[in-house]
Design a protein around this ligand. Structure first.
Ligand code: SAH
Length: 208
């Protein structure tokens, strides 16, 4: 895979990328801008890649799958847990547009700083669409709650219940749990609907 277009074509062919808005975000954001400089040849491979600190930039098919399920609309306010390289952050920023808001929390300060540098090409931190926070996302981020959507990039055995409280009614959580992706819809203040999609792999969600 040598170009972003080839990667997109593959993800469409395999059925991971479907809707025009998510395809448009993948076209607008070049994955190479988020891959370490010593791995440029791998930027468009459908693989997770090391970004330092024992973490990875997510596999494209996983990001495509999660963003399709998240169903982002322009203007939404979204909490992302696990900024990593900032790639998914940039895709989310593209999806919500200039009236939206992405709060992205990362526990490793060095990765958050690198993500900020990676994102600078797109001006989304400077414009105020993206706010990067260094901290423990397993407690969510109550300071800015409630959110239309919450998306996580790291897996726990069980996802933190507190995320449900920080979600608006009608909102959705998409998160890894073990080797699955869970989709949780908030129907009323205390009723939820949950679906599980099997067969993925993630780095661990670390508490504290
Ligand atoms: N979508 C990102 C993937 C990053 S990997 C990308 O494509 O680059 C998952 C990230 O979650 C790692 O950077 C890890 O440090 C972070 N993480 C793990 N547990 C966390 C927690 N409790 N709070 C915030 N970030 C966490």
């Amino acid at each position: 895979m040598e170009t972003n277009e080839q990667l997109i074509a593959l993800l469409q062919k395999e059925g991971y990328l479907k809707t025009q808005s998510v395809i448009g975000a993948f076209q607008a954001i070049d994955r190479k801008d988020f891959v370490p400089a010593d791995l440029p040849d791998k930027a468009y491979a459908n693989e997770a890649l090391p970004i330092g600190e024992k973490q990875t930039i997510s596999q494209p098919l996983v990001v495509a799958f999660m963003l399709e399920i998240l169903g982002v609309k322009a203007g939404e306010k979204i909490l992302e847990v696990g900024t990593g390289s900032g790639w998914k952050t940039a895709l989310l920023a593209s999806l919500v547009g200039k009236d939206g808001e992405i709060i992205s929390i990362e526990r490793i300060e060095l990765l958050s700083e690198r993500a900020k540098a990676n994102l600078s090409k797109y001006g989304v931190v400077e414009s105020g669409v993206v706010e990067l926070v260094v901290g423990d996302g397993s407690r969510g981020y109550p300071e800015q709650a409630p959110y239309d959507k919450i998306i996580a990039a790291a897996a726990a055995d069980k996802f933190p219940e507190v995320w449900k409280e920080q979600l608006k009614i009608g909102g959705r959580i998409v998160t890894p749990v073990g080797n699955s992706i869970f989709v949780v819809d908030k129907i009323t203040k205390d009723s939820f609907e949950q679906k599980e999609y099997f067969g993925f792999s993630f780095v661990p969600l670390v508490k504290g």
